[in-house]
Design a protein around this ligand. Structure first.
Ligand SMILES: [Zn+2]
Length: 69
């Protein structure tokens, strides 16, 4: 475990996925946790990744299956 925390303020959960904003295409891409921190990307825990909502006019692209049980 790398133990990277969720980037949401006041959230202490461990990050499980990385959100990257692609400004050129107005896309918020949610994928597996990246190995390195990149600009314009945010690490999110499962809870916040699930609740993710993109800004108006933006498209959310999910590369991971969340909450499969
Ligand atoms: Zn969180």
């Amino acid at each position: 475990m790398t133990g990277r925390p969720c980037s949401k303020v006041a959230c202490i959960d461990e990050a499980v996925s990385t959100l990257t904003y692609v400004y050129a295409d107005s896309m918020a891409v949610l994928g597996p946790l990246s190995q390195t921190a990149e600009p314009h990307s945010y690490d999110l825990c499962a809870r916040h990744a699930e609740r993710l909502s993109a800004p108006k006019g933006w498209q959310v692209v999910r590369h991971v299956v969340l909450g499969s049980a």
